[in-house]
Design a protein around this ligand. Structure first.
Ligand SMILES: Cc1cc2nc3c(=O)[nH]c(=O)nc-3n(C[C@H](O)[C@H](O)[C@H](O)COP(=O)(O)OP(=O)(O)OC[C@H]3O[C@@H](n4cnc5c(N)ncnc54)[C@H](O)[C@@H]3O)c2cc1C
Length: 485
């Protein structure tokens, strides 16, 4: 009998847990540790943040799903990994701390044969002074944040209805933030709602981001097939913003947020401020702060994790110049190089470098959109890690038949640009591969035949359909596994 321990029940960890369960007999034990009692379909938080969905529509409790599947669920947070166990037992374990119920605060050792770290990001608001929903800006990164943001947004709509002018600032809140796509969606949804409420003349909507140019999205931009033309995402994003009446500031690293004012440095090395009445700014991401210890209780965190707290896997982390980056730098099996029975899937793995070219201001501050960490690859990684572990348990070998490098995998992103069965809109973008492979695709870095972008009502229907489809899948309802990630 083997024991598989999964840390995190988000898109990656939950996919991994359900996959291991489906493929392994009940004699094997599966344990999921996650501090949140709910599963959340994060992409739909955008709609919670604009008041078009309630939090209840984007979450469901995990415990009944795991009970039905025969998976042990511990509502706790992982604190530390002990891959060699301790001097007495030599059995690998993770220290967890319960976060609710009668055992709240209790620390427990959970041993494992295989460990999947799928703890996602720490939303690192603290990396920017004054940033975050507890301070001077809002967020849609969790369903609680999104609900709070919607409460706030309504007050600004009410002010505009009374004839007051309002400035909305949306984008990234740190020079090294990622997730531009989510912020982009939120900006478009605000613009759409402002327009639907006929409040345009009272609203100024400003996009601010660390991207080198609009449409970079942390993936070095892309060339997409659109309406028969090959168009850079810069032009695509600019034309969408023009249509929606959104102005933009790019190459901007926000360093401080005070009530109603954001401070930023730009790539020219200038320091500016921008005033706002409402701001939704995405923080930098980091690892969740797991520690690691060897059997003598010596700390080995730096051996398992990169300095940003994300876990090292089978990537090439050798420091290289941008010109020397290769598609092969990116990991494909997500196995920790020090301990073969530890894997990191989804946002929890440390990328070898950014995808976009690193950019520095004239003062030497790095202002770079970091690699996008989207749902589809996170789900795929969770699945293939689970499939490889199942294969290893079955065969007793360290095989990895299943691979999913971001430089060999495509991704589809549907950017909501307005809600409604008849008037809704979304921009559908597919890129292949996510990380450019200049050796294989010397002209565009990607396969232009599979890298497309279109905007329209059909995209909205697809986004809405995907919301229900992925929640169905996550609930492990009949034939859930036939739905791709
Ligand atoms: C607003 C928003 C909109 C987005 N829209 C899209 C979109 O349209 N399309 C798309 O592809 N992607 C989108 N994304 C990105 C997508 O949500 C992420 O790629 C995805 O959630 C990553 O999955 P994950 O499992 O790695 O992390 P998460 O989904 O964040 O899951 C991490 C899990 O780990 C748990 N955890 C945290 N700390 C610990 C700990 N110490 N111990 C144990 N468990 C822990 C958490 O509770 C959670 O269950 C969006 C992101 C945001 C914020």
């Amino acid at each position: 009998m083997s024991k598989v321990l999964i840390l995190g029940a988000g898109i990656s960890g939950h996919t991994a847990a359900l996959t291991v369960r489906r493929k392994l007999g009940k004699s094997h034990e599966i344990v999921v540790v996650s501090p949140n009692s709910n599963y959340q379909w994060v992409p739909s938080n955008i709609w919670v943040g604009i008041g078009l969905m309630t939090t209840k529509q984007v979450i469901f409790p995990l415990a009944p799903v795991y009970k039905k599947q025969g998976i042990t669920f511990k509502q706790a947070k992982a604190l530390s990994i002990h891959p060699e166990g301790d001097a007495q037992t030599g059995k690998a374990y993770v220290n967890i701390e319960y976060v609710s119920g009668s055992n709240k605060g209790t620390i427990e050792k959970v041993d494992y044969d295989y460990l999947i770290n799928a703890t996602g990001p720490k939303l690192n608001f603290a990396a920017t002074e004054g940033l975050g929903p507890d301070k001077n800006s809002l967020s849609v990164c969790t369903y609680d944040h999104a609900a709070h943001t919607w409460e706030n947004l309504q007050q600004h709509f009410a002010r505009m209805e009374k004839g007051e002018k309002q400035t909305f600032l949306v984008g990234t809140g740190n020079p090294m933030a990622t997730c531009q796509g989510a912020a982009f969606e939120y900006a478009l949804n605000i613009a759409f709602e402002v327009n639907r409420r006929k409040l345009n003349k009272f609203a100024e909507i400003i996009w601010i981001s660390n991207e080198y140019e609009l449409g970079d999205f942390g993936m070095g931009g892309a060339y997409i097939n659109q309406g028969g033309y090959t168009t850079p995402t810069k032009i695509f994003a600019e034309s969408v913003f023009k249509e929606y009446g959104i102005s933009w500031i790019v190459g901007a690293g926000i360093t401080k947020v005070e009530p109603g004012i954001a401070y930023y440095e730009n790539l020219a090395g200038e320091f500016h401020t921008v005033k706002f009445d409402f701001s939704m700014l995405i923080p930098a991401f980091a690892g969740v702060g797991l520690k690691a210890y060897d059997k003598n209780a010596q700390e080995i965190t730096a051996q398992l994790f990169a300095p940003n707290g994300l876990m090292k896997v089978d990537a090439d982390y050798t420091p290289k110049d941008y010109e020397d980056w290769k598609a092969s730098d990116w990991p494909s099996i997500y196995q920790n190089p020090s301990y073969a029975n530890i894997y990191a899937a989804g946002i929890a793995f440390a990328p070898p470098h950014t995808i976009s070219k690193p950019m520095f201001s004239k003062n030497g501050t790095q202002i770079t959109a970091t690699a996008p960490r989207t749902g589809m690859p996170s789900g795929v990684m969770g699945r293939i890690v689970a499939e490889n572990i199942v294969e290893q348990i079955r065969t007793g070998t360290n095989t990895h038949k299943h691979r999913a490098s971001m430089s060999k995998m495509g991704a589809a992103c549907i950017i909501s640009a307005g809600y409604g069965i008849r008037q809704g809109k979304a921009a559908v973008m597919t890129v292949f591969p996510i990380v450019q492979d200049w050796d294989k695709f010397p002209k565009w870095g990607r396969n232009i035949n599979y890298t497309v972008g279109e905007i329209g009502l059909a995209g909205h229907w697809m986004k809405l359909f995907m919301h229900y489809m992925f929640i169905y899948k996550a609930k492990a309802l009949p034939f859930w596994w036939m739905i791709p990630e």
